[in-house]
Design a protein around this ligand. Structure first.
Ligand code: HEC
Ligand code: HEC
Length: 271
């Protein structure tokens, strides 16, 4: 590389950095209103501003975790964003998916089925959300990946255990989940099921069933659905359709057996 090239690179690097600062300032209304080039020059040397810049980057990335941009990764009808099923603070209360905190550097995902974070995320984008798989170099993926990395500890590499409870048939689920406490189940239903079922939110292409439609199902069938995501069905109300639908499954570590029994007793209280 000759010295002309090197100079050109240096100029481009400086230009690029100034552009970043300008964009940063444009996002910040107060600063933009009074922004002179002298103010902007000062931003470069100021640690506090650098911190704010990285917060801005995180906010932009977090758009693909929560809200409309995240929902748009799925089918045109999809109303589920990642936040519907995954927290970012390490908690899992009420949610079917593992927390995104520390998710980025696992040695594998999905119980060994996915060897990259992209593959694991795509399983949710194409599966539950009904969208097209993201590619490595898509802007949406780059933002989402940067965000997931920003909230993850590089040393947290041990894979999450994923263990859905699969019993022989509907009758076996009925035996396991009959006899819960309906009164205790109401608040638990709101916490675990309400986010989707109270508004009949569309996950991928299928709306979550109305309460009365769920209540018409047997105890065994409700439990089987919650534990395995299917069968049945793929959003249709056909008894004969036994493909798994876009409703996510809850493992016993996400939702205890007692809590699920109580929820089902609440759903079936008038039957
Ligand atoms: C409708 C619920 C739902 C939505 C929406 C959803 N996921 Fe998931 N996700 C799950 C479930 C269920 C699992 C598997 C079990 C678990 O993580 O406990 C999972 C697993 C994952 C895993 C693997 C976790 C592990 O440790 O193996 C990643 C990564 C992931 N999802 C990323 C995403 C991303 C990124 C989005 C948004 C673009 C998203 N998910 C949207 C429900 C969902
Ligand atoms: C992330 C959203 C979401 C959550 C949370 C959720 N569901 Fe669903 N559920 C759906 C969607 C969407 C459908 C329709 C598509 C399908 O069958 O997968 C559905 C369908 C069902 C069905 C009908 C299955 C059948 O018999 O054909 C039952 C029963 C059910 N849900 C029970 C529950 C219970 C109980 C909970 C709480 C423990 C729950 N769901 C939590 C989205 C959700």
């Amino acid at each position: 590389m000759d010295s002309l090239d090197r100079n050109r690179l240096r100029v481009m690097a400086v230009l690029g950095y100034s552009l970043m600062l300008l964009l940063g300032a444009a996002c910040d209304e107060d600063e933009a209103a009074m922004g002179t080039s002298a103010d902007m020059g000062q931003r470069a040397g100021n640690g506090g501003d650098r911190e704010r810049e990285s917060e801005d980057t995180e906010e932009a990335a977090d758009r693909y975790y929560v809200g409309a941009a995240s929902m748009a990764l799925g089918a045109a009808t999809n109303e589920a964003d990642c936040a519907l099923c995954h927290s970012v603070d390490g908690s899992q209360e009420g949610l079917s998916g593992k927390s995104f905190k520390d998710i980025a550097y696992k040695e594998s995902w999905k119980g060994g089925d996915a060897s990259t974070l992209l593959d694991a995320s795509n399983a949710c984008v194409t599966g539950w959300m009904g969208g097209e798989a993201l590619a490595d170099d898509d802007e949406e993926w780059k933002s989402l990946e940067a965000y997931l990395k920003s909230i993850s500890d590089e040393d947290a590499s041990e894979a999450n255990v994923i263990m859905p409870e699969v019993l022989a048939d509907e009758a076996a689920y009925e035996d396991a989940y009959a006899g819960g406490d309906a009164e205790a189940g109401e608040a638990k239903y709101d916490l675990y099921c309400g986010a989707c079922h109270s508004e009949q939110l569309t996950v991928g292409v299928a709306p979550a069933w109305a309460f009365e439609a769920i209540a018409a199902r047997s105890i065994g069938r409700i439990a089987q659905k919650v534990r395995t995501a299917g069968p049945p069905p793929s959003g249709s109300e056909e008894d004969s359709d036994t493909t798994g639908g876009p409703m996510p499954f809850f493992e016993p570590s996400d939702l205890s057996a007692d809590d699920l029994s109580d929820i089902i007793a609440y759903i079936k209280r008038d039957s």
